[in-house]
Design a protein around this ligand. Structure first.
Ligand code: AMP
Length: 252
């Protein structure tokens, strides 16, 4: 083997190694994508869940803490047993239970990049602080949090729950308004053919209590978000869902 061939044989692996290490450096330098987390904040029956369901069809990921709690109640899990009496009376489930449930759910979202909608969480100061701590831990990657605040009157909310039915299939729970958007076949879910039922907490007495509870904490919650420099965008939920959807899309 002449000297030229010997050098070439040494040089080839060296050149390959250097090319690979350049590629790896490029990978490391790649900017981590920013993930948006929308907090849907508003009184009960303001349409948060309906809007979230529509966004999910476009690729958003949504967590409704109410849906998840109802799933646990139906399946009879330990969490469901502890949450049942609070949910049926329209009272807030204790913070530590809800925070642990959300932490568990968020951990399952690691590695995904779709925007997240939190529907019905946080509802208390402790939940809001815990959420921001979880996001600051960094396991979910880089995040931008935006609060979408829905405004609606108590009378409108009461009117809506009279017509509200949901799918009893715990993995569906699609919401229908028998006035605005009834199912094709009465009593049957268009999506999964499950039985449509009334939520046990959809009574006028419970909804009025929940509305009052919400209004009592709303100002403090909004102040907390402001103090953490989280943008708050407002949507009137008094208008038809299509308009609410358009207003949301114009903001994102
Ligand atoms: P929703 O489906 O959002 O109307 O919630 C239904 C019920 O679930 C509420 O009345 C509470 O009992 C319970 N719940 C849902 N989200 C929370 C939360 N973030 N904190 C405490 N309780 C909750």
């Amino acid at each position: 083997m002449n000297i030229f061939m010997r050098y070439t044989l040494y040089l080839i692996p060296l050149l390959l190694l250097s090319a690979c290490s350049k590629d790896t450096k490029k990978e490391v330098r790649k900017e981590e994508p920013m993930r948006t987390i929308f907090i849907y904040y508003g009184p009960p029956a303001c349409g948060k869940g309906t809007l979230a369901a529509r966004c999910v069809r476009e690729g958003y990921i949504s967590l409704s803490t109410g849906d998840l709690l109802r799933q646990n109640i139906t399946s009879g899990s330990e969490l469901g047993k502890r949450a049942q009496e609070f949910v049926s009376q329209g009272k807030l489930v204790p913070d530590e239970l809800v925070i642990a449930m959300v932490r568990d759910w968020l951990n399952k979202q690691v590695g995904k990049t779709e925007p997240i909608i939190l529907d019905g969480f946080p509802r208390t100061y402790a939940q809001a602080a815990a959420l921001l701590d979880m996001l600051n831990e960094g396991t979910l990657g880089k995040n931008k949090v935006v609060v979408i605040r829905f405004t609606v009157s108590e009378d409108e909310v009461v009117k809506r729950i009279v017509y509200r039915v949901i799918c009893s299939n715990k993995s569906c729970q699609h919401v229908y308004s028998l006035k605005e958007k009834p199912p094709v076949k009465a009593g049957i879910c268009d999506i999964c053919q499950g039985q449509l039922i009334k939520r046990s907490d959809d009574t006028e007495e419970v909804i009025r209590k929940r509305f009052k509870d919400y209004m009592q904490t709303e100002a403090a919650m909004l102040d907390f978000f402001k103090s953490r420099n989280i943008p708050i965008k407002e949507i009137s939920a008094e208008q038809p869902m299509n308009e609410v959807y358009k207003a949301f899309k114009a903001m994102v």
